[in-house]
Design a protein around this ligand. Structure first.
Ligand code: SAH
Length: 687
């Protein structure tokens, strides 16, 4: 079997599929997997263990043998818990081969090989009976197949099948039940991730307003879940319009139906406002009594209880199809529709009629189709990108810079994916605006710009003078932003594209941004360090094999590579000053030789150096810059504010240094190399 791994090529701006060799063995998947994060989730582990012990005792009290089915065993953790709790036998199913192999080793190392059988299959392929994978059906069903949306990893069809074929009727299930909660909110910030707000431009001839086309206004968006660390959303960024409401629950000890369905609740707003967003999370009860509860509720729900940090389960943001003005105390019906793998929401006003119950009244108009983007914008712009385009401060910087460089006779070429810059340039007076690659025709139509802005659908290297009506480009602009970019410096594709169109540029061309710079800072993470830190012993079980496996995978190719994380969701403290490490001059072409730098940065504060954060800043024109990372210099305690629309690059150090005393200042030395052939940045740090 061949393995292909997708990678963005920053020199061509496209996605490429690389074939991996025999020795690959899913290193990228393992290195980036959430297994370490789950093993660090103490609250989850403790509660699973309690639930498993209770289930084994209940079965034993009935005088039965405890036969466990653990679907998706991963490291084998939950089966080892069951075996320790006195289970007679465990069938541990794991579909992902490298994990199944690891589970065999871990189970052996912990001395459970005679009690736990690892089966490397998808649960729906497992056979029961003499000569089958399982001797008999199990009477305890243990799983952890949930994602932030609960059902997104296929828990429902897996349970449905297991109840039909793999477990006994009346089996004990750990968890016993899951419950999904919702809260209706108004939030300009979150709404800006789905809707494009009108953009105001002060032009010479008065204010121009760029309006989103009606297709976009009425578009339901995309069905993919928006999962975020809601605990990092300050309460000032949203207004709760309803109490927390139970939307639906699933009893895992009974047959489960995965077929599409809907759930409906009545709610009364506690406040008048604009209903835009449904925030949602779930909890699981590990036992039938509900005494062992593991919850994803955000900070404002149980203000007194300690929050467990975790990244493998967060909270969901659902966007209502349209914004709905609601009044305090009026009756509303909130509907959750779901298919096998995803959930979406709908809000209606309840009409009060005699004779008919609200339920019957509205049964007919339940919207069962999942949201499908009709305007194309939601396919081109992901949620952070919507947020970025709606960021008025950022737009103002671009307008200010464009105003400085544009003249009435400017011939302007814009290279960026799904950018509004060509429209801004046109409003600010450029005679002719040409625009590359991805854009939304409907947007131009809605703003009557079809004959003002020309879209050139060729790759930059294929640009011909005829595309430009034999004119030379006097202003070349870019945000830059490209949908294939994963790490901050991948947007340097702008530089490669600029190099490719060199022959079409006027001798006195202005390039906006004129340059970019790469910045770096050493940080201590509040929590994010956990996802890459070894676990060792988890609830008394030795899982070091897993740690070693992750380390191997990190070293396989990922070594000297950074990973993208949106740091507004992952608080950290700066331990060094931010430092500009490399600059990229867009007024010139990409050089043949590599760009490298070395140096050292002093640690200013007490703390653990978990890694370095890197980001790009774009220098649009003299004195006008935008940052995709740090928004301002950290305060005296080292608290940082990050650009909320961008992912920054995080390079985790292989060993953490803890600087307790600063009498003798510690420094981190770095070597950073931008390979102009590949567009990638390699780095090395020494503590
Ligand atoms: N039980 C472990 C790991 C949970 S992660 C723990 O709690 O720490 C979920 C695992 O289930 C993944 O390894 C995934 O590969 C596996 N998986 C998901 N659905 C499955 C299915 N239907 N059959 C077998 N394995 C499955």
């Amino acid at each position: 079997m061949k393995t292909f791994c997708g990678r963005a090529n920053p020199t061509t701006g496209s996605m490429e599929w690389l074939e991996e060799g025999e020795d690959y063995d899913y290193h990228q998947e393992i290195a980036r997997s959430r297994y370490a994060d789950m093993l660090h989730d103490k609250d989850r582990n403790v509660k699973y263990y309690q639930g498993i012990r209770a289930a084994v005792s209940r079965v034993k009290e009935r005088g039965e043998k405890a036969i466990v089915l653990d679907i998706g065993t991963g490291t084998g953790l939950l089966s080892m818990m069951a075996a320790s709790a006195g289970a007679d036998f465990c069938y541990a199913i794991e579909v992902f081969k490298p994990m199944a192999n690891a589970a065999v080793k871990i189970v052996e190392k912990n001395g459970f090989s005679d009690k736990i059988k690892i089966i490397n299959k998808h649960s729906t392929e497992v056979t029961v009976g003499p000569g089958g994978d399982m001797q008999c059906r199990a009477n305890i069903l243990v799983t952890e197949l949930f994602d932030t949306e609960l059902i997104g990893e296929g828990a429902l069809p897996t349970y449905e099948h297991a109840h039909k074929y793999l477990v006994q009727e009346g089996c004990e299930a750990v968890p016993h039940r899951a419950t999904v909660y919702v809260q209706l909110v108004e939030s300009k910030r979150m709404w800006s991730w789905k809707k494009l707000f009108p953009v105001r431009v002060e032009a010479e001839d008065g204010e121009k307003i760029l309006v989103p086309p009606s297709e976009m206004e009425n578009c339901p968006g995309v069905p993919s879940v928006c999962d975020i660390q809601l605990n990092q959303m300050p309460s000032s960024d949203f207004t709760t319009l309803s109490d927390v409401v139970t939307m639906f629950s699933v009893d895992f000890s009974k047959p489960v139906q995965s077929a599409s369905t809907y759930y409906r609740v009545q709610l009364e707003p506690v406040k008048s406002g604009k209903a835009q967003i449904v925030l949602s999370w779930w909890d699981i009860d590990m036992d039938p009594s509900g005494m062992i509860n593991c919850t994803m509720a955000p900070y404002w729900v149980n203000p007194t209880s300690a929050l467990q940090w975790r990244d493998h389960w967060m909270q969901c943001v659902y966007f209502l199809p349209n914004e709905e003005p609601v009044l305090q105390g009026e009756k509303l019906l909130l509907t959750a529709c779901r298919d096998e793998y995803s959930v979406w929401y709908n809000l209606q006003k309840a009409r009060e009629e005699e004779n008919k119950s609200a339920e019957e009244e509205h049964k007919a108009d339940v919207h069962v189709e999942s949201p499908v983007c009709r305007c194309h914008a939601h396919l081109l712009w992901n949620r952070p990108r919507f947020g970025e385009l709606n960021d008025q401060n950022r737009t103002r910087q671009y307008i200010k810079a464009l105003r400085k460089v544009l003249k009435t006779d400017s011939v302007c070429l814009c290279i960026s994916d799904g950018s509004l810059l060509p429209v801004l340039a046109h409003y600010l007076g450029a005679k002719q605006v040409q625009y590359f690659v991805l854009f939304l025709h409907c947007f131009f139509k809605a703003n009557h710009l079809e004959d003002k802005i020309k879209i050139i659908e060729v790759r930059p290297e294929l640009l011909k003078p005829s595309h430009l009506e034999d004119k030379k480009i006097s202003v070349l602009v870019g945000e830059p932003f490209f949908t294939t970019s994963l790490l901050p410096w991948h947007n340097l594709y702008f530089w490669y594209a600029r190099t490719a169109v060199s022959t079409h540029l006027a001798s006195d061309v202005t390039v906006l941004p004129q340059s970019a710079s790469l910045h770096m800072m050493v940080v201590e993470f509040q929590d994010l360090w956990r996802i890459r830190s070894p676990c060792g012993i988890c609830e008394g079980f030795d899982v070091q094999t897993m740690d070693d496996m992750i380390k191997d995978s990190l070293n396989f190719r990922e070594s000297k590579e950074a990973e993208p994380h949106p740091l507004w969701e992952y608080p950290c403290k700066s331990l060094s000053d931010p430092l500009e490490v490399l600059t990229f001059d867009f007024t010139r072409t990409v050089p043949q030789h590599c760009l490298s730098t070395e140096g050292s940065v002093n640690l200013l504060r007490k703390g653990k150096s978990h890694g370095a954060v890197l980001w790009m800043e774009y220098h649009l024109a003299a004195d006008i810059s935008v940052s995709t990372g740090l928004m301002q210099i950290p305060d005296e305690k080292g608290n940082c504010e990050w650009n909320p629309h961008c992912k920054q690059a995080v390079y985790f150090f292989s060993s953490v240094i803890e600087s307790e005393i600063l009498s003798d200042p510690t420094a981190v030395t770095y070597a950073i190399n931008f390979d102009t052939k590949t567009g990638e940045i390699a780095m090395d740090f020494k503590l």
